[in-house]
Write a protein that binds this ligand. Sequence first.
Ligand SMILES: *Cc1c(COP(=O)(O)O)cnc(C)c1O
Length: 360
Amino acid sequence: MTRVFNFSAGPAALPEPVLRQAADEMLDWHGSGMSVMEMSHRGKEFIAIAEHAEAALRRLLAVPASHKVLFMQGGAIAENAIVPMNLLRGKAGIDFIDTGEWSRKSIKEAKKYARVNVAASAADSGYTTIPPRASWKLDPEAAYVHICSNETIGGVQYHFTPEVGTVPLVADMSSDILSRPVDLAKYGLVYAGAQKNIGPAGLTIVIVREDLLGQPHPALPSAFDYKTVADNDSMYNTPPTYAIYIAGLVFDWLERQGGLAAMEKLNRDKAALLYDYLETTHFYKAPVARDCRSWMNVPFKLADEALDAAFLKGAEAAGMVQLKGHRSVGGMRASIYNAMPAEGVRALVAYMKDFEARNG
Ligand SMILES: *Cc1c(COP(=O)(O)O)cnc(C)c1O
């Protein structure tokens, strides 16, 4: 068996010990004689699995008692509608900070339900910056302020938590949740599709301040009403049971690594290996401004695009896959989530240097 270094943006690499444990437990989970996939979501075995996953996530993220943790489905793209339908609460408008493709998708969807105010946009920089907080034109009457903490495609990431007063702060954290500690008390709601940094696709995690629940849009499907989901411990309908189980194993693995402070250090160091090298060369270019470079998704371009195909082919031959940039921006993108070991990033930098030496 050969495992590659998988730089996919998502669904992304999972920690190998998690996959091994899942393989070991596939046919018979803890003497139950069943695979987790075959269990009733209301049986004692699965309820224990779900409670364990939620408790571990709460410990890792230090989720305050004021916030509910919901295991949902539909992905972050569905949340772009589900969040406004839950959180408008009779208000007319939502403030958005536009930092790239994912915030633009959120804006477009929210326009179906609310008046949208783009309080700041990085469009003028070609989405290579985060607009400084002082430039944001927030509406004090807004239902909430929406940010995307890490733009998975453009590779820009917030390295600060914006203060937005008493208006709830909402963040799409799909691609950087669990990569570093975060002060959730400062957020009204965060959401994340699982397939970047949590587990398999199909699970969506929502962490929401409880006092924001209970005034849904009249057309909101019950299965997406946060209050209904919370009141039923995320079992109003059948949850994505296997994805929750794997997420729980990932949370255990993160705790064994030392938790999110340890992950932050590791992720910072991994990203620095790549960005520091990119600073030393003109053969490759890093488009994003230094103070908002993502530790999770590192986009870079070859100065000579004609070499792109050869770069990718050579990388694949060396066991490094999924480095092609998103079709909307081109170039390359190395996604280096929690499960990517430093060894994988070192191998990539070594390959990049070698490729430059042979083609520069
Ligand atoms: C991947 C991603 C999404 C899309 O998630 P789906 O699970 O496909 O709905 C949305 N936002 C961000 C920041 C992402 O990285």
